[in-house]
Write a protein that binds this ligand. Structure first.
Ligand code: NAP
Length: 545
């Protein structure tokens, strides 16, 4: 099937260019089509799917339950799609995305294998001139960056990788063809959520697996299992109410919020609550036990110690267990990982843990990895080293706004925008799941719908009123930045050197990059701004219109 749309030219501009054909971009396309707008989606990958296209590493699986981590906009879609597992695997989520694209006929407006490289704002015409790596140029009134919050793989910065004679993989750019580790000596560098999911599965196949760990993670058991027909039917019967509850929730998942402090509960009561949370298989299970886990160091330490006790009870070699204990940051101030068999994998005789805190990597060599004390020989190296999160995919595009200012310069000391949606001086350019919005702290399936719907309503408002430009007002933007920082400062998040704070990328400004006030509050703020006629934004009409 040739899904390449007729190329628009500057003489035949489109209304909107959407960057990225993942969950956000496809939904944005669907919504804009309903407004009757011409929309073009550019996707760098060879197929649609975004995160779920690129992250096809062994064991890749969502850490939000499948019946919650899916679009809510179509009751019919909710009823007809059947998830097979409690936590969907990457292939199943990709099948779902393909199903949605086909069902809503989305592919015909998606141009694949095309990366947006540059966007320059035309201040007189209130349009963007957009260039791609295939030489296409397009003029569009609006741009929506649906380019992903975790989509720009981080350069691990380890010298010598080019000299390695074996195979090198990155979890965030896994090949589409089958990869076999059978009979191979494999290294995994990195023990964040990607590494934690991949390690047990690679260990199943590899002749030997060596894990290079710099910072131990808090990994919680998923207790994944096939979904029962009865539970699917039960949820489907009340899907409309469930979806509404998700929308109104703090994080995009539905649960009864805790009421008490961890420090007021006695130890037996607390341990029982933590045991139940551990057994629940929910990523946020432990966070849901008490109100102060993320705000009080002592309360947090009770959970952290509980997880450590679990690690000690699973890992049979006490020295290995000790190395796996997370001690350098409070629980959940880096995103916890959801795993199947992660800690138990270290009990297998062919799996070795290398502690990079005592023996750092010096270089990759033609034969393997040299740490400060040893050269380890490998046939394959897997980088599970993470992303330039939240800002990476936007700053990869050379974005030139009013007065020739670039977004890269403006954001050199950290991102600035209003409501996480529009950055002053870069009008008509919206971001989905970008910095200073709830994005990564929530179930993104719910967050992206909220932002896409807000953006769609905003564009509809502009058109209804003959307006051609929306820009953030600098004062409103500055206030938003202060508010996002103040909310984060009331939590323990700043205590971790995490990608939430840009700390994993050398040279990146350190600031808390997400709105931690909850999706419910964020939605209220966004809706109030829209109801008020877009307070904090400047709306105008091009003189040529
Ligand atoms: P990550 O959380 O940033 O973890 C990267 C790991 O690589 C860390 O252990 C890091 O150590 C290590 N590392 C980075 N550079 C290194 C170097 N040069 N030498 C040695 N170690 C190095 O990245 P991720 O695991 O890809 O996960 C990122 C996020 O994606 C997650 O937090 C989550 O939000 C999302 N994700 C979700 C799922 C899911 O839904 N199931 C799965 C995977 C990922 P340090 O900590 O010491 O820097």
């Amino acid at each position: 099937m040739d899904n390449t749309p007729v190329p628009p030219s500057p003489a035949h501009p489109v209304d909107v260019v959407v960057v990225g054909a993942g969950l956000s971009g496809l939904y944005q396309l669907h919504r804009l089509r309903e407004l009757g707008l011409t929309t073009l989606v550019f996707e760098a990958g060879e197929d649609i799917g975004g995160t779920w296209y690129w992250n096809r590493y062994p064991g890749a699986r969502c850490d939000v339950e499948s019946m919650s981590y899916s679009y809510s906009f179509s009751p019919e879609l909710d009823q007809e799609w059947e998830w097979s597992e409690r936590y969907a695997s990457q292939p199943e989520i990709l099948r779902y995305i393909h199903h949605v694209a086909d069902r809503f006929d989305l592919r015909r407006d998606v141009t694949l294998r095309t990366r947006v490289t540059r966007a320059v704002y035309d201040e007189a015409g209130h349009v963007w001139q957009i260039s791609t790596d295939t030489g296409r140029t397009v003029t569009a009134r609006f741009i929506v960056l649906a380019s992903g919050c975790m989509s720009m793989p981080k350069d691990p910065g380890i010298p010598g990788a080019d000299s390695f004679t074996g195979a090198i993989f990155h979890t965030a750019g896994w090949p589409r063809e089958d990869v076999s580790f059978a009979g191979k000596r494999v290294a995994v560098i990195g023990t964040g959520c990607s590494g934690v999911q991949a390690i047990p599965v690679i260990a199943e196949e590899a002749a030997s697996l060596t894990v290079f760990q710099r910072t131990p993670a808090y990994a919680l058991p998923a207790h994944n299992r096939p979904l029962r027909g009865t539970e699917i039917a039960e949820l489907k019967a009340r899907y409309p109410e469930f979806r509404q509850a998700q929308r109104l929730s703090r994080g995009g998942t539905v649960f009864d919020p805790p009421t008490g402090s961890a420090l007021e509960a006695d130890e037996a009561e607390r341990t029982a609550a933590y045991e139940a949370a551990w057994e629940s298989g929910l990523l946020s299970g432990l966070l849901r036990t008490y109100t102060d886990i993320l705000t009080d160091e002592k309360a947090n330490e009770t959970v952290a110690e509980f997880v450590r006790s679990k690690i000690r009870s699973i890992v049979t070699d006490p020295a290995t267990a000790e190395l796996l204990l997370p001690r350098t940051f409070p629980f959940a101030t880096k995103r916890p990982c959801l795993d199947t068999g992660y800690y138990a994998t270290y009990n297998r005789p062919h799996v070795t843990l290398v502690d990079l805190r005592t023996t750092p990597i010096e270089t990759i060599t033609p034969r393997g990895i040299r740490t400060s004390d040893w050269e380890h020989g490998f046939d394959a190296i897997v980088f599970a080293t993470g992303f330039d999160a939240l800002t990476g995919s936007q700053l990869a595009i050379d974005i030139v706004g009013k007065g020739g200012a670039t977004l890269r310069d403006k954001w050199a000391d950290g991102p600035q925008n209003y409501l996480g949606l529009v950055s002053a001086g870069f009008p008509n350019l919206f971001t989905v799941l970008g910095p200073l919005s709830p994005s990564v702290l929530t179930n993104i399936a719910v967050s992206l719908e909220q932002q896409v719907e807000w953006i769609t309503d905003c564009i509809a408002h502009l058109r209804r009123n003959g307006l051609t430009e929306i820009d953030a007002v600098s004062g409103a933007e500055a206030d938003w930045g202060v508010r996002v920082a103040e909310i984060a400062a009331r939590t323990l998040y700043p205590a971790a050197e995490s990608w939430y704070r840009g700390a994993n990328v050398p040279g990146k400004a350190h600031m808390f990059l997400a709105y931690a006030g909850g999706l419910d509050r964020y939605r209220e703020e966004c809706d109030a701004v829209a109801r008020s006629g877009y307070t904090g934004f400047a709306l105008s009409t091009a003189s040529s219109s």
